[in-house]
Design a protein around this ligand. Structure first.
Ligand code: NAG
Ligand code: NAG
Ligand code: NAG
Ligand code: NAG
Ligand code: NAG
Ligand code: NAG
Ligand code: NAG
Ligand code: NAG
Ligand code: NAG
Ligand code: NAG
Ligand code: NAG
Length: 649
């Protein structure tokens, strides 16, 4: 850790602002942000939520993280490039250690990798904001053991040196889904033969809370809130003070594990000015859809009259929820306060939801589309696999973390580091400065937010149905675009494809995955190994990273399976489960995620698997048909709603 810092300091003699944070990652007992159920959460220095990060573009940020949990932890500064320093990216198994030994607290038979920063150890994350050319709205979250679902997540705001947009003041709006159970309990239920359809855990509530200048806004005075989180106002107890005549920037961050939100403010207009750290020309909208891990900034002009306060809405998109528990209120409301005691105007319902047409956003900084050298197609599917559990796949393969984290293979394999086989079957090696199209095809019935580490991609095109011959549904790519939208997280609805173009100009190992935590955990991920030779030349992995791997018995040299002599020998590399029979499912559209399994079918399936038997193809097909029909019915409902939809202008 010290070595990395000295290196950076030595590289540039002039001292710009150095911002250091000391984070002691701890459990916090009895936090109750939704006012419904106290639970243990993962926080910082004994408080929850973890402190919001707020820094300037010319700062160098160092987060000194100490892990006081009984399992490994990492921090991922989502969206930051870590150009040539991917060992600070915090992706467990890719850039930080991983181990396949289940931690002692796990009681189920799933090889959940542990590791990252081991218990009682520290790791200093150097976030080179002042050299990355990045500003805007980001977030920081754990990238290990599902800890972000348990609360280790916070907004990360970088103020631009030359802010292109004019506003008087700003607030950060944090949205997130919330579970009453611990992540590991939910995960054990999710990856389970009793859940062959892969129904994801449904959140128990949604949370909305606000931050400004690195602090959270307190509850509305007089509200009698839970003592553990009493410093922060949540939902109906949170409010944004507005003054007439002022224009506010609201930075909206979606920290969900599963649920997307639709966001709007009664009585006020919204203009989008930033998405995922890319400043855009103002885009007027009535509603913002923020999928997991996406960020938007909006400008909101205050009203001139103070006779009323106004409701802020964040409605969870329950479309992906397998069942909607009667107790769940998916619609969270906070408020804008002009005058304490003024009545609240809450117009409540909205006719229809719609997504932000992100391809229509226009970046302020013009970057034309370069020509692509190579195309990589990734098709998403979900299925009940050979072990009876439901998994996600890219191109019919489910991701497993390698024995040696990909970055450590990349750095240690010498000339063999360009051999794609060395990293296991879920990896792609990219040449330095190669221009790559990633064509993401969503063959699943659910919508998925995909995130690429170490890059912003250009959104080159979208198809509504990638299997169609109809050019309106499956249009050809338009080359030579003057300035396509760039972002780091993209939502891909069912049967849609999107084409993402990146320039492989960031040597390192970069994770590409679905940001729905449950889907990452069932393998919806691949790794891009970028510019191996250049990465080796710039290699400065801090010694502490090797030490912490060693402490946990994790090898740091060799290919994915830890072999040094033969890069293609993958003996012992974790793999599978596998599809029961390849080619069984036409077009892969009977995906079994997020699906409604009737209780009866669920029970029967449990019995079948409990008896150790497999379901026959006919039975499986019948089950899939029933599910698909139910899904179609739900979709039909949705589409009829869409017909009345007001489109964003
Ligand atoms: C970034 O900040 C660090 C720490 O203050 C400083 O040493 C370095 O010179 C800065 N780099 C640039 C390019 O400003
Ligand atoms: C956490 O506690 C340490 C030690 O008391 C302190 O130095 C640090 O500033 C605290 N960090 C935060 C974010 O409160
Ligand atoms: C971190 O917090 C734990 C639990 O509160 C405490 O025991 C420990 O001393 C703290 N460590 C540091 C480095 O602040
Ligand atoms: C962490 O350190 C404390 C005090 O040194 C020790 O009691 C505890 O067992 C350690 N925890 C782990 C998980 O190693
Ligand atoms: C936040 O910081 C800005 C500029 O640093 C300042 O103008 C504003 O008053 C601060 N707001 C609060 C609530 O402290
Ligand atoms: C808001 O405060 C009231 C008490 O004034 C409390 O009953 C309720 O649970 C709080 N809501 C949240 C989301 O904390
Ligand atoms: C947050 O992301 C989840 C998952 O994609 C989504 O369901 C939810 O609507 C998003 N929230 C907002 C406000 O967009
Ligand atoms: C507020 O009043 C000013 C001056 O009368 C006017 O220019 C402005 O458009 C009004 N703003 C809003 C949001 O109504
Ligand atoms: C949540 O809001 C949506 C859209 O206004 C509405 O259709 C739905 O009935 C609401 N749900 C609840 C439980 O209030
Ligand atoms: C990384 O840095 C190189 C210069 O060293 C630059 O050409 C490249 O564009 C940067 N890539 C990213 C993703 O920041
Ligand atoms: C590359 O792999 C071959 C075996 O395929 C091995 O003989 C050679 O030593 C390796 N080269 C390096 C630089 O590790």
């Amino acid at each position: 850790m010290r070595s990395a810092l000295t290196l950076l300091l030595a590289a540039s003699p002039a001292l710009a602002a150095l911002k250091e944070l000391w984070w002691n990652i701890t459990y916090v007992e009895d936090a109750n942000p939704d006012g419904l159920q106290p639970r243990r959460v993962v926080g910082v220095n004994g408080t929850w939520p973890p402190p919001p990060m707020d820094i300037n573009q010319d700062d160098l940020l160092i987060v000194h993280a100490h892990n006081s949990l009984d399992k490994a932890a990492t921090l991922h500064h989502h969206g930051m490039f870590f150009n040539s320093t991917s060992w600070f990216d915090g992706a467990q198994g890719v850039t930080q250690c991983t181990s396949h030994l289940p931690p002692p607290t796990y009681t189920f038979n799933y090889p959940t990798p542990t590791s990252g920063i081991p218990p009682n150890q520290s790791f200093d994350y150097v976030v080179p904001v002042n050299t990355s050319g990045q500003w805007g709205t980001y977030w920081t979250h754990a990238h290990a053991s599902g800890e972000y679902v348990d609360g280790l997540r916070t907004p990360f705001v970088i103020h631009a040196t030359n802010e292109p947009h004019a506003y008087d003041d700003e607030y950060t709006v944090v949205l997130g889904d919330w579970y009453h159970d611990q992540h590991e309990v939910l995960l054990a239920q999710f990856i389970n033969v009793a859940n062959p359809g892969g129904a994801e855990p449904v959140p128990d509530s949604g949370l909305m809370y606000f931050a400004q200048n690195g602090s959270y806004l307190p509850p509305i005075p007089g509200r009698d809130v839970d003592p553990v989180t009493s410093a922060v106002g949540f939902n109906e107890n949170a409010t944004l003070p507005f003054q007439p005549g002022k224009t506010y920037r609201l930075r909206i961050v979606n920290t969900s594990a599963f649920a997307a939100f639709f966001f709007w403010i009664d009585g006020h207009e919204m203009q989008i000015i930033e998405a995922d750290g890319t400043d855009v020309e103002p885009y007027v909208t009535d509603l913002i859809s923020v999928t997991v891990a996406q960020r938007y900034s909006i400008l909101v002009t205050a009203r001139n009259d103070t006779s009323s306060n106004w409701a802020i809405h964040a409605n969870m998109d329950s479309d992906m929820f397998d069942t909607i528990p009667p107790a769940l209120n998916p619609n969270v409301t906070s408020s804008i306060t002009y005058a304490a005691g003024a009545p609240l105007t809450d117009s409540g319902f909205i006719d229809a939801y719609h997504d932000v047409a992100d391809l229509s956003l226009v970046p302020l900084e013009v970057i034309p589309l370069p020509a692509a050298d190579r195309t990589i197609e990734l098709e998403v599917s979900f299925d009940t696999l050979t072990d009876g559990t439901n998994h996600a796949m890219f191109n019919l393969l489910t991701y497993n973390m390698p024995t040696v984290p990909s970055l450590f293979s990349q750095m240690s394999l010498g000339a063999n580091a360009s051999d794609p086989t060395a990293y296991g079957p879920y990896s792609f090696v990219l040449e330095h400065n190669e221009v790559v199209d990633i064509v993401l095809k969503n063959g699943d019935a659910g919508k998925h937010p995909f995130h690429m580490h170490g890059h912003k991609f250009q959104l080159v095109g979208r198809a509504e149905d990638y299997t169609s011959d109809d050019p309106t549904l499956n249009p050809p790519l338009v080359e030579g675009q003057a300035n396509p939208m760039r972002r780091d997280t993209v939502q891909v609805p069912s049967m849609n494809s999107v084409t993402l173009r990146i320039v492989a100009d960031n040597p390192g190992s970069w994770f590409f995955h679905c940001h729905i935590e449950w889907h990452l955990e069932v393998g919806l991920a691949v790794v891009f190994i970028e510019a191996p030779q250049q990465a080796q030349e710039r290699n400065a992995i801090p010694q502490v990273a090797f030490d912490q791997c060693k402490m946990q018995g994790i090898p740091t040299v060799g290919n994915a399976a830890g072999f040094v002599d033969d890069p293609d020998d993958l003996k012992g590399l974790p793999a599978g489960p596998f599809p029961q029979k390849l080619g069984w499912r036409p077009k892969g559209i009977w995906a079994m995620t997020g699906c409604v399994l009737t209780a009866v079918i669920g029970m029967l399936t449990v019995t079948w698997y409990a008896l150790g038997g497999f379901i026959s193809d006919e039975e499986m097909e019948h089950e899939a048909r029933v599910e698909q029909e139910q899904k179609d019915r739900r979709r039909g409902k949705l589409f009829s709603v869409f017909k009345t939809s007001r489109r964003a202008s």
